[in-house]
Design a binder for this molecule. Structure first.
Ligand code: FAD
Length: 404
């Protein structure tokens, strides 16, 4: 930094416009702060532009392609033809709708958005570069939500053509005839399911999806005095405070790299920056794999409970006994409810088609320390998959209804 250079004051600076950053900006603005949000690329971040949303839209396309096979036994005969150009523009439309919605929310909340790449150069200053323009901001508080980037394998460098990352797999112009995916995390599993049927060696394209590294180095957060570990994660306290004036949230911090975790941390950091009592201490962060079948895991599983010294009992309900699963044409899978010795629900897990939609009820039950009787005694609408949560709790209570 040149001594004496002018810096524009910024009351509360947010760096990054993903589900962490834009949510933090909205909360802080609603709490009366003057918020400036700097985003180098597109509002919505990884999640809306190249992550959660386009990947789920692509999975829906894959499901639609598979639908004729699924409904043929019902007497419905149809065939499908995939127009990849139209698929691509559908994905673009979904993303554009959502990102323009975010822009509208920020605008209406009075957030000033700046396009540019931010790099911290002092504990209270950031340089924002946009083309040949460089602006310095001196902030009272900063919430940093710069997310993460794909990890590359030294022996398998991405070339954007035959060896590609998740973004190219989602938005590629053409379908590979034969695809090999390297990486078995949830992103790898989801993409493998979306492309299933092509997974034969040798391949004409390799997708490298082996995890992500936090963008803490590129934004220079260490120059604020924040501590960054060897994995690139920023050390934060319960309020997500990394220094007395800098907060870090989302993929930059420890824990599952998930959009809903970033959004939850955003509220905590915004509240803390406004001197309001706040702390990030969730009982559970729901995890979903949108594969085939889908997998939901909320709270403790048996192993984790045993590790924590908690003795659990469990109840289970198979979708084979669910009227709704039968009507949906896919009755493989189950819901399992785990409770501790006091009867408090500590975990809910499910495998099967459409189980992602059970994650909300499961998280509410675990987070609010619902009891087996709370779940078993709540009247669930019929016919829904949600009934399976109640039925698993009834099984755990020793009075199963639709199970011998
Ligand atoms: P991001 O969303 O990554 O946003 C960071 C933003 O900061 C970006 O817009 C970036 O351009 C900007 N930025 C970075 N550096 C700078 C800088 N120096 N200056 C200015 N701006 C900067 N999560 C789920 O919960 N559910 C899912 O189903 C799911 N599916 C996924 C599928 C894929 C293929 C991928 C890749 C990820 C998926 N995720 C999913 C993970 C999810 O996208 C991330 O956990 C989430 O986006 C993290 O939010 P964030 O705000 O921390 O960062």
């Amino acid at each position: 930094m040149v001594v004496g250079e002018f810096a524009t004051p910024a009351d509360l600076l947010v760096v990054g416009g993903g589900p962490g950053g834009y949510a933090a900006a909205l909360h802080a603005a609603r709490l009366g702060r003057e918020v400036t949000l700097v985003e180098r690329d597109a509002l919505g971040g990884t999640c809306l532009n190249v992550g959660c949303i386009p990947s789920k839209a692509l999975i829906e396309v894959a499901d639609a392609v598979a639908a004729p096979g699924r409904v043929a036994p019902w007497g419905v005969r149809s065939s499908t033809e995939v127009d990849m150009a139209r698929v691509k523009s559908h994905l673009d439309d979904v993303v554009a709708d959502l990102t323009s919605g975010v822009a509208g929310l920020l605008d209406r909340a009075g957030v000033r958005t700046m396009t540019g790449t931010a790099v911290f150069n002092r504990p209270d200053r950031v340089a924002v570069e946009a083309g040949d323009r460089l602006e310095h901001l001196e902030f009272r508080h900063a919430i940093v939500a710069t997310g993460s980037r794909p990890i590359e394998l030294p022996d398998l460098p991405l070339d954007g053509n035959r060896v590609v990352g998740s973004t190219e797999l989602l938005f590629g112009e053409d379908l590979p005839d034969e695809l090999v995916l390297v990486g078995g995390g949830y992103v790898g599993v989801e993409l493998a399911c979306a492309y299933a049927g092509e997974v034969v060696l040798p391949a004409d394209r390799i997708g490298v999806v082996v995890g992500r590294r936090p963008n803490s180095d590129t934004v220079g957060i260490a120059n604020t005095g924040a501590t960054v570990d060897e994995r690139g994660l920023v050390a934060v306290d319960a309020q997500r405070r990394a220094t007395d004036r800098v907060f870090a949230i989302g993929d930059l911090t420890d824990g599952p790299a998930l959009a809903h975790k970033a959004t939850a941390e955003a509220e905590v950091a915004a509240e803390a920056a406004c001197d309001r009592p706040a702390g990030f201490d969730p009982t559970c962060i729901p995890m979903i794999v949108f594969g085939d079948p889908q997998v939901v895991s909320v709270g403790l599983d048996r192993e984790a409970a045993a590790g924590a010294g908690i003795t659990t009992t469990s109840g289970r309900f198979p979708f084979a006994a669910s009227g709704r699963a039968r009507t949906l044409g896919d009755a493989d899978g189950f819901v399992e409810v785990l409770a501790d010795e006091t009867g408090t629900v500590v975990g809910i897990h499910a495998v099967g088609a459409h189980v992602a939609e059970l994650a909300g009820e499961a998280a509410l039950a675990v987070e609010s320390a619902a009891t087996i009787e709370d779940l078993a005694g709540t009247i669930h609408a019929h016919p829904t998959l949600g009934e399976s949560v109640m039925e698993a709790a009834l099984d755990l209570a020793g009075r199963p209804v639709h199970r011998a």
